[in-house]
Design a protein around this ligand. Structure first.
Ligand code: GTP
Ligand code: MG
Length: 335
């Protein structure tokens, strides 16, 4: 498929990093372009025994033939970006849009001083909310004003739409998740923007008719970091017993967790216009799944769960994560 958009179906941290890096290796897109809020999202990529925690550089970096772009809707922290570019060795293929707004030190300081944001909402202390507010006031500075970014500046919507017009593959990487969307999430316990599929497309400058597929990513259980409602949340001791305990990539805070929520998943398919779904961490709920790549080789109980998800949400589960590493993926898409 020419243009595929990947988004989160729960509260973020569904494992989009794993999924996007798998799709990049498998489908070899000419462009992987990141949408979403900014460096408040941490994608983890485990590839060839190495773990990368990426907050700015698109996870498609694992495929060396992919140009890596950051859309104008994304807030950029130059320090975080330049460190990651170095870490991933992607100096020659990274581009950020001229119109990305820039997070400055003052945005982080302002957030830290704001008890409503930090204590009540439990924000990530990355300055994204305060920078996004400045952007709404039209006070935020744009990437084109920063000499240290000059070599990376480009017109992202033009690059992406040109590739799509040539029927080349483009992978659009969303961040965060449906239920922390400013519009569709658990307000006020949510992020500073909409992060559903149509917003991710707007972030990178593509129209709805340019998209062929939307993959909504769920985890085999639900996790949530920070404050806000989480139905059927399990106590910490139970999470430890089940091996479901996780820690945030950006904040290192323990994530809260609950069993898979069919109702939320069904609504996420609707809100994102998903054409297919992915489920990660099946190996955590059903340990015999670890490393399996063939659907038929999954234990019966796990297959039953996948079929139940499909029948409740109304789209096929085409991709399944069976371990943190990029290769540990079941791919049921028609090739
Ligand atoms: P956000 O953009 O912040 O929402 O992040 P994300 O969706 O990329 O997820 P993140 O990397 O923050 O968290 C997912 C965690 O699950 C990471 O620690 C991954 O390494 C891990 N992970 C992803 N897929 C799998 C899987 O199939 N099995 C196992 N065991 N771990 C996985
Ligand atoms: Mg994350």
């Amino acid at each position: 498929m020419t243009c595929t958009v990947v988004v989160g179906g729960f509260f973020g941290d569904e494992g989009k990093g794993h999924l996007v890096s798998y799709l990049a290796m498998k489908d070899r897109p000419v462009i992987t372009v990141r949408g979403g809020v900014g460096p408040n999202a941490g994608h983890k990529v485990v590839y060839q025994g190495k773990t990368y925690g990426l907050r700015m550089v698109p996870c498609g970096f694992v495929y060396p033939g992919s140009r890596l772009l950051i859309g104008p809707g994304v807030l950029v922290n130059p320090k975080v970006l330049l460190e990651e570019v170095k870490l991933t060795g992607t100096e020659n293929r990274l581009g950020i849009d001229n119109q990305c707004a820039i997070i400055e030190e003052r945005h982080i300081e302002e957030e830290l001083k704001n008890a409503y944001l930090v204590s009540r909402l439990g924000t990530t202390k990355t300055g994204v909310g305060t920078c996004q507010a400045d952007r709404a006031y039209r006070k935020a500075k744009l990437a084109k004003e920063f000499p240290e970014l000059s070599r990376y500046l480009t017109d992202v919507p033009l690059e992406v739409n040109t590739a799509i017009a040539k029927k080349q593959k483009v992978l659009v990487e969303g961040t965060q998740g449906t239920y922390i969307s400013l519009y569709h999430g658990t307000y006020p316990f949510c992020t500073a923007k909409d992060v559903c599929a149509s917003a991710i497309c707007s972030d990178v400058g593509i129209g709805p008719t340019a998209v062929d597929d939307v993959v909504v990513v769920f985890k085999a259980f639900v996790t949530r970091v920070g404050e806000g409602p989480l139905e059927n949340q399990l106590p910490a001791e139970e999470l430890e017993r089940r091996g479901w305990l996780e820690f945030g990539t950006v904040t290192s805070r323990p994530r809260r967790a609950a069993p898979f929520d069919f109702k939320l998943a069904k609504r996420a398919v609707m809100l994102n216009g998903a054409t297919q779904a992915a489920i990660t961490k099946l190996d955590i709920v059903y340990p015999e799944c670890k490393g399996v790549k063939d659907f038929e080789k999954l234990p019966e109980e796990a297959k039953k769960f996948i079929r139940q998800v499909e029948s409740e949400i109304g789209v096929l589960v085409t991709l399944i994560g069976t371990g943190p590493s990029v290769e540990e993926t079941v791919d049921r898409r028609r090739q």
